[in-house]
Design a protein around this ligand. Sequence first.
Ligand code: SF4
Length: 190
Amino acid sequence: MYPVRLWSVRHAKGLNTFYRAFEKALIALHPVWNRIGYEKLEKPFETAERVTKGFLFDCQMCGQCALSSTGMSCPMNCPKSLRNGPCGGVRENGHCEVKPEMKCVWVQAWDGAARMGLKADSGSKILDVQRTVDHRLKGKSSWLRVVRIAKGLKDQAGNKPKPPAAKPGATKDLAAVSASVQAKKEGQAA
Ligand code: SF4
């Protein structure tokens, strides 16, 4: 739901804090999940994720969630499905060039990241280059995938992703990008 999606970005910091605790709990419960069986858990987790994240973020169930790196703005709501952005087509009012009635998902992402604290680890994750979408994961639970990866297991598509690499010079890059987004926002306000 569009207004709720915008609310989530405005409350990105609190939602991210909650998610980090939730993620830790999910990972800690790995022995339980393992005992039940990850395959059996897929459907109930997928349903719970579809309902909660669908309501809060208009989640499209890509199965490889990037919310904590995109200021709680789901990149799959970008009409171009860009996993890194914004593109060069943002309108002067900060809206999307494809859907003029919609605020740009990536301008929102930068807004959410700023609320999470751009100089903090959480906010600066927006500088991580997101990989292209693996469509084999579409419809799968990204919550279970997070646990699988944390425990060194293969994900639902048979991948064994490595943890994200360190970002040397991130703070410097961040200052430049942040200034650019700020300038864009000031343009919107004018
Ligand atoms: S990034 Fe993927 S899993 Fe996360 S909210 Fe968007 S569609 Fe859903």
